[in-house]
Design a binder for this molecule. Structure first.
Ligand SMILES: *[C@@H]1O[C@H](CO)[C@@H](O)[C@H](O)[C@H]1NC(C)=O
Ligand SMILES: *[C@@H]1O[C@H](CO)[C@@H](O)[C@H](O)[C@H]1NC(C)=O
Length: 146
C-alpha cells in the first residue's frame, strides 16, 4: 500500500500545532497543577486550571479543594466541584500513583472524562520533624486522556 508523504506530513503538522493536545484522545488540558498537604495542618490542597482540549477554550476553569489529609498523605477525592463550571474532579490512589480524573456532563446519561497518572515517583514526603506531609513535585501541565 502507498501513502502520500504530503498527507502524512500535513497530519503531523496539524497534530503538532498544540503540543499539549498532541494526542487525539486528549479530552482536557491541565495547567498550574499543585497538590500538597500543609505542614502542621490536617489539610491538603489540590489546585489546577483545566480547559477542554481542541475546542478553542482559552480561559481555564479553576478547580481548588482543601481536603482532610490521609495521615499526611494526599487523600482520595470524589467529584469535587470546579468553580462556576459543571466540571468535577476526582483523585484515586493506586499502586502507581494518584490518578486525576476530570469529568464534565455532556448529557444526562453521559460524561466526558479524561485522566492522568501522577506518578508515585513524583509524590514526595517532606522529612522535617512533625511535618511529614506529602506533596506532588512533577510536571504542572499535562493532558487528560480518555
Ligand atoms: C483510594 O481509592 C482507591 C480506589 O477506590 C482505594 O483502593 C484506596 O484504598 C483508597 N485510598 C484511601 C486512602 O482511601
Ligand atoms: C457523571 O459524573 C458525575 C460526577 O462525577 C457522576 O455523579 C455521574 O454518576 C456520572 N454519570 C455517568 C452517566 O457516568
Amino acid at each position: 500500500m502507498m501513502f502520500s508523504a504530503a498527507a502524512i506530513l500535513s497530519a503531523v503538522v496539524a497534530v503538532s500545532a498544540n503540543p499539549l493536545s498532541a494526542r487525539s484522545d486528549t479530552v482536557f488540558d491541565v495547567t498550574e497543577f499543585e497538590a500538597g498537604c500543609i505542614p502542621h495542618s490536617s489539610q491538603c490542597r489540590y489546585s489546577f486550571g483545566v480547559v477542554q482540549a481542541n475546542n478553542g477554550e482559552t480561559i481555564p476553569v479553576q478547580c481548588v479543594l482543601l481536603a482532610t489529609a490521609n495521615g499526611g498523605d494526599l487523600p482520595n477525592v470524589t467529584d469535587a466541584p470546579c468553580t462556576d463550571s459543571s466540571r468535577t474532579f476526582s483523585v484515586v490512589r493506586g499502586t502507581e500513583g494518584l490518578t486525576l480524573t476530570v469529568s464534565q456532563p455532556v448529557s444526562p446519561a453521559s460524561n466526558e472524562t479524561g485522566s492522568h497518572l501522577l506518578a508515585a515517583s513524583d509524590l514526595v514526603t517532606a522529612t522535617q520533624p512533625n511535618a511529614e506531609v506529602e506533596s506532588y513535585e512533577g510536571p504542572t501541565s499535562f493532558p487528560l486522556v480518555r
